[in-house]
Design a protein around this ligand. Structure first.
Ligand SMILES: Cc1ncc(COP(=O)(O)OP(=O)(O)O)c(N)n1
Ligand SMILES: Cc1ncsc1CCOP(=O)(O)O
Ligand SMILES: [Mg+2]
Length: 234
């Protein structure tokens, strides 16, 4: 007799996309800020970073520089890495496992075309923080979790000028993820102090933010303060 065909994937785990809303997430640690660098930086950036990190709690800083090669990024990284280390802020390298290894970074963030989480673990060791972009896909998130990711990132939740994006998840994916696994989830994409609350309420463990901090008319320190107020009210 043929077995019934179960084309199982994570999308099947919850037919009702809002089913996670029925669960409380009271045991979750409070949502934290995960700061992403501007895609290009200048000589004054180190001072801006220090000012931003001193303005409120920041869990992690991701060095996400676009349009320059790894050697150039490696030359720019050490002062920024030192600023993070002095403040016990995790220093995460975007895109490149090799660069993360070379810099002895605290971790690496991998997009779907940036390499494999298992390979990252092998190269960076068990203490490395490995994050994986999962767009709006429960299936990609389950795969990342199985591959040993320390966090999965969903987005872009809101319109953003920082990156051309093709996916816009519903915030309920954050609650669903928090219900099916203890692996933290990061929300990213167009997040500001004004629109962050629904993502926190939906179950985000981290808010990854670039433009709303570096482009705040009141300056990055003021922006970090605004996020701190939103997150403290949680
Ligand atoms: C925390 C976090 N989430 C998502 C991304 C996006 O990564 P990726 O899809 O590889 O796109 P680029 O950032 O490389 O343009 C991220 N960097 N960080
Ligand atoms: C890197 C990235 N990945 C999805 S949206 C995004 C941009 C995040 O920057 P911002 O906070 O300015 O929208
Ligand atoms: Mg990438």
């Amino acid at each position: 007799m043929n077995e019934p065909e179960h084309d199982f994937d994570a999308e099947d785990l919850a037919l009702d996309p809002h089913f996670a809303d029925r669960f409380e997430h009271e045991d979750k640690p409070a949502c934290q800020l995960y700061l992403i660098s501007p895609p290009k930086i200048d000589a004054g950036f180190a001072a801006k970073l220090a000012e931003a990190l001193d303005a409120g709690p920041v869990a992690a800083f991701q060095l996400r520089l676009k349009g320059i090669d790894d050697h150039a990024i490696a030359a720019l990284a050490p002062p920024l890495q030192a600023i993070c280390a002095e403040r016990e802020v995790a220093f995460i390298v975007n895109d490149s496992i090799g660069l993360a290894k070379r810099l002895k970074a605290d971790g690496v963030h991998l997009g779907q075309d940036d390499g494999d989480a298992r390979d990252a673990r092998e190269q960076l060791g068990r203490d490395a923080q490995i994050g994986v972009t999962c767009h709006d896909s429960r299936h990609l998130a389950m795969e990342a979790g199985e591959a040993g990711a320390d966090y999965v990132a969903f987005g872009a939740f809101y319109p953003t000028d920082t990156k051309e994006v093709q996916h816009q998840p519903d915030p309920s994916i954050l609650g669903w993820w928090s219900t099916v696994t203890g692996i933290p989830c990061v929300a990213i994409g167009g997040i500001t102090p004004a629109n962050a609350k629904p993502l926190v309420d939906a179950g985000a463990d981290f808010l990854a933010v670039c433009g709303a901090v570096w482009n705040d008319p009141d300056g990055p320190a003021a922006a970090v303060g605004k996020f701190a107020a939103v997150l403290a009210a949680d």
